[in-house]
Ligand binder design. Structure first.
Ligand code: ARG
Length: 459
């Protein structure tokens, strides 16, 4: 047990299979820059408090900085028998600077150390995700702005319902990713709290200045209960949830893009660079990126269930189970980041097929609601108007006609409230333009909304 930093009380070496089973360095080594930043802050504070001499502190900090360079150059030798990123770095430090390296861990435990590292990592990643979300929102606004005249069918139950602007549809996605960003920003408030100084679970008898390390590390607060601080992984679960929500939104988008690029819909041309071919069918252009986005959403949901399940049975305070927080966290973050990147490029590159969308928008009696509203505005109770138009639709189905092909006389057979002007109503532009309510699809409103968003986002 001599080679272990905690080996003092042990008579026998660790079983090899146990080393293999308990190690985390193979994946937590990505926390190294945060681990070193946390250690440097801790040492500066120990010096300020007179717990370390300046000479000792300088030696340790110099050693830590050299280790960071070794890691960045890919020269650092990670050892599984040293369990995790923390002990790999601490061991290397004592090898480099001698016994003084052993003073680094004064007043600290791996329990508050790992909690600090993960918070610093999550903070950095959330900021990157926020930038990626903004880029994606920008792409939707650009699609909306560049295709303002395009009318498409809006659906409910995947049945043609009412005509809408393609731009309005794009801005619906804008809203989803805006909420996702707000969610991450809110999570960030609970992430950016320093657990350092909580030590193993009870705090420490050393006169540590927790506010000082928090400030050095850019945390906005310190945790208020040492037992909670070392065992709280709410912020991990929350972050994964936020990732899962983004994936769910990307998956809905993907499903629509997959549908829209079928020959049956034929609403959109996806950029070639984001589709793949078939090894047997030469004509194929498959929306694999969208399919994989939809597929990977399942993985991230798995990550969420994984962390929640890991946490549910844990007594206070730290338990080794908590080491299992990292792989789902890393996986969710890695997946959401690459998914946001590729999907932003898809949204930037996709081209709506305006003619085809328009053609489909007039199908399915999509102007039936406008007819019912027309009657209602002439005093017919809406329920009655609804019934009359329903009969008109049945009549059309019977005759194999569309509403737009009916004559005024045919209209009049169903209600004497119908007049010449009903024919003007039968246009997609008129229908869309009439939906002027706030949040509605009229071009007027959609343009205003684009302007409002550009102003707010600085696009
Ligand atoms: N690798 C451990 C983790 O990820 C670090 C903390 C270990 N603490 C302990 N008391 N064994 O949670």
């Amino acid at each position: 047990a001599e080679n272990k930093l905690w080996g003092g009380r042990f008579k026998e070496g660790t079983n090899e299979l146990v080393e293999e089973f308990t190690e985390s360095v193979s994946y937590d080594k990505r926390l190294a820059p945060y681990d070193i930043a946390g250690s440097v802050a801790h040492v500066k504070m120990l010096e300020k408090q007179g717990i370390l001499t300046s000479e000792e502190a300088d030696k340790i900090i110099k050693g830590l900085n050299e280790i960071l360079e070794e890691i960045e150059r890919g020269e650092f030798k990670w050892k599984k028998e040293l369990e995790d990123v923390h002990m790999n770095i601490e061991k290397r430090l004592t090898d480099k600077v001698g016994p003084v390296g052993g003073k680094l861990h004064t007043g600290r435990s791996r329990n508050d150390q790992v909690a600090t590292d993960v918070r610093l990592y999550v903070r950095k990643e959330i900021k990157e995700i926020l930038d990626l979300l903004k880029g994606l929102r920008r792409a939707f606004v650009k699609q909306a702005e560049e295709n303002l005249g395009v009318i498409m069918p809006g659906y409910t139950h995947l049945q043609i319902a009412q005509p809408v602007l393609y731009s309005h549809h794009m801005l619906a996605y804008y809203q989803m990713f805006k909420r996702d960003a707000e969610r991450f920003e809110d999570t960030l408030k609970r992430v950016n709290v320093s657990p350092l100084g909580s030590a193993a679970l009870a705090g420490t008898s050393y006169p540590l200045d927790r506010e000082f390390t928090a400030k050095l590390l850019g945390f906005s607060q310190v945790t208020r209960n040492s037992m909670d601080a070392v065992s709280d992984r709410d912020f991990v679960a929350e972050t994964i949830f936020d990732c899962a929500m983004v994936m769910m939104h990307l998956s809905r988008l993907s499903e629509e893009l997959i549908l829209w690029s079928t020959q049956e819909f034929n609403f959109i041309e996806l950029p070639d660079a984001f589709c793949t071919g078939s090894s047997i069918m030469p004509q194929k252009k498959n929306p694999d990126v969208s399919e994989l986005t939809r597929g990977k959403t399942g993985r991230v949901y798995g990550d969420l269930v994984s962390i929640l399940t890991t946490l549910k049975g844990l007594p206070l305070t730290y338990n080794r189970d908590l080491q299992e927080d990292k792989e789902p966290l890393f996986d969710a973050i890695d997946t959401v980041k690459i998914a946001l990147k590729v999907n932003t490029l898809i949204v930037e590159g996709m081209k709506p097929k305006a003619e085809r969308m328009r053609q489909q928008a007039s199908k399915g009696f999509s102007l039936a609601t406008d007819l019912a509203d027309y009657l209602a505005k002439k005093g017919v109770p809406f329920r009655e108007a609804h019934r009359i138009v329903g009969q008109l639709v049945a009549y059309c189905l019977d005759k194999g006609k569309d509403l737009s092909q009916l004559t005024v006389n045919e209209f009049k057979k169903f209600s004497d409230k119908f007049e010449e002007d009903v024919l003007d109503l039968m246009s997609l532009e008129g229908s869309v333009a009439s939906r002027k309510v706030i949040g509605g699809t009229s071009p007027e409103r959609v343009k205003e909304e684009i302007e409002r968003i550009k102003e707010e986002e600085g696009f």
